[in-house]
Ligand binder design. Structure first.
Ligand code: HAX
Length: 437
């Protein structure tokens, strides 16, 4: 398989590079840690490593060194499509190079060959109560598939440590291949007639998701490809990526680890923000009976803040500029449906809310993040069940976190075990810092 060959070919160099760095420079100090960082969610403490993506506070995400516009321009696309094959993106995340069309299609074929979801997964989903959150359904399905893990099986055989990544890659391909069908079934079960739409063998992974969702609208296949690209990875410190890495570091397989990541995505400060954001937009729309004036919107934003709530879709722990994932979606909407009311409202919020947040002076980043607009695009295509949006985020995020899991195993990253202190110890340290030497 091409991914195996490409990764295996890079491994000797990578292993030497990491070994040399740690051996020769292991004691070099990279960062210092303050009490406010310890009490502040480990914010910005530089203690993780990934070569798959990097978020620059002022530029946003680069995947393997490429910006989003570069990826949209350079990754191979299906005939007539504006957005690239998701298989090509997965190749890039795993291998680190822009694939040729043939290489992107090899990943798409791997996915087709591995795409059949075991019947017991559908049975489990059917058995869940109908009012359960769709992300819970999705996470349960991913977790239940742990039964299929090759890594878990081979670990108890004679698998050598340097080969851990091989069944991890197999697990990752087997899992990601099935995500569109599982997510689409969750959608059909929860919101539609419960009938599964069979996968179309002629469609790529992204378009097949749109097809299995039963969304006939032209353009939804391209939006799906774009959505899956944008949400796939955001370096390693965000909750879903970090939770996956943490759990995987104990040598739990990718099914256990990614299910944990999905559960982290469920939080309203993380993946759930996209559903909250569309809810907020629609409450504005409803209150004013349409797209409000700038002044009305400004007042509404202030009312939200004064009632003690955050404005969903705005702010970020790392970014300090408009998220390029927001910009890519804004451009998609501007090109395809500039006159859609909810889209116009999301654009107007972008004109108004950053100034309000700056005036309030609390948020370090007053700019929109990825979630500020993604729901408005889904809404346009008729996918209006807000709580499903986080499932799509999860489908996409599992691409990035499984690619990271493969490399974590390939480079032998160890079990995570940061050290905790007591408040008294920190008080002590603070006291000592005050005493002149
Ligand atoms: N509206 C109102 N207040 C905000 C705000 C917003 N959009 N963003 C930050 N603030 C407030 C914080 O609540 C915090 O207030 P307190 O001091 O009273 O606690 C203060 O500004 C400082 O926060 P910060 O340092 O700028 O931001 P954090 O790194 O702590 O948090 C968040 C980053 C993304 C969680 C935050 O900006 C937020 O809650 N935004 C709204 C929810 C959201 O859009 N989440 C999605 C983020 C992207 C993502 O992960 N998607 O999955």
């Amino acid at each position: 398989m091409i991914l195996n060959e490409k990764i295996a070919a890079q491994l000797p160099d990578w292993r030497n590079r990491v070994r040399k760095l740690v051996k020769e420079s292991g004691e070099v100090v990279v960062d210092q840690v303050t009490i406010s960082q310890i009490y502040g969610g480990a914010r910005n403490i530089k203690c993780l490593v990934t070569d798959i993506s990097y978020v620059d506070p002022n530029e946003g995400i680069r995947f393997r060194g490429f910006t989003i516009p570069e990826l949209i321009a350079q990754l191979p696309k299906p005939a007539g499509a504006e957005m690239p094959y998701v298989g090509g993106l997965y190749y890039l995340l795993l291998v680190g190079e822009i694939p040729s069309e043939a290489e992107a299609l090899e990943v798409e074929k791997e996915w087709k060959d591995r795409g059949e979801v075991p019947q017991y997964i559908f049975d489990i989903l059917l058995a869940l109560p109908s009012d359960i959150h769709p992300l819970t359904m999705f996470s349960v399905a991913v977790l239940a598939m742990q039964r299929e893990s090759l890594f878990a099986r081979q670990y108890h055989g004679d698998l050598k440590k340097e080969d851990y990544w091989i069944p991890t890659l197999e697990d990752s391909l087997n899992l990601t291949a099935k995500l569109p069908a599982i997510a689409a079934y969750v959608y059909r079960l929860k919101y539609k007639d419960g009938q599964r739409i069979a996968s179309d063998p002629n469609l790529d992974w992204g378009a097949d998701f749109a097809h299995m969702m039963g969304v006939p609208a032209k353009g939804y296949d391209d939006l799906s490809r774009l959505y899956f690209l944008l949400h796939s990875d955001h370096e390693s410190g965000n909750v879903s990526a970090h939770a996956t890495h943490l759990v995987g570091s104990s040598l739990s397989d990718v099914y256990y680890a990614t299910s944990a990541g999905l559960n982290g995505l469920a939080g309203p400060l993380h993946g759930l923000a996209n559903q909250e954001c569309l809810g907020w937009l629609l409450s504005v729309y409803e209150k004013f009976g349409g797209v409000p004036s700038k002044e009305q919107l400004r007042q509404f934003a202030w009312d939200t803040l004064n009632s003690g709530h955050v404005i969903p879709g705005y702010g970020h722990a790392v970014l300090r500029k408009t998220d390029p994932r927001f910009t890519a979606q804004l451009e998609f909407g501007t090109q395809h449906f500039p006159n859609d009311d909810v889209f116009k409202l999301a654009s107007l919020v972008y004109d108004v809310v950053p100034d309000v947040l700056k005036e309030q002076g609390k948020a370090k980043d007053p700019w929109p993040n990825v979630d500020a607009i993604s729901g408005a695009l889904q809404y346009h295509y008729g996918v209006r069940e807000f709580d499903f949006y986080t499932v799509m985020f999860g489908v996409s995020r599992l691409l990035g976190v499984t690619a990271n899991a493969v490399w974590a195993r390939a480079l032998g990253q160890p079990i995570e075990r940061p050290k905790s202190l007591t408040t008294a110890m920190l008080e002590n340290a603070a006291q000592k810092a005050k005493v002149p030497a």
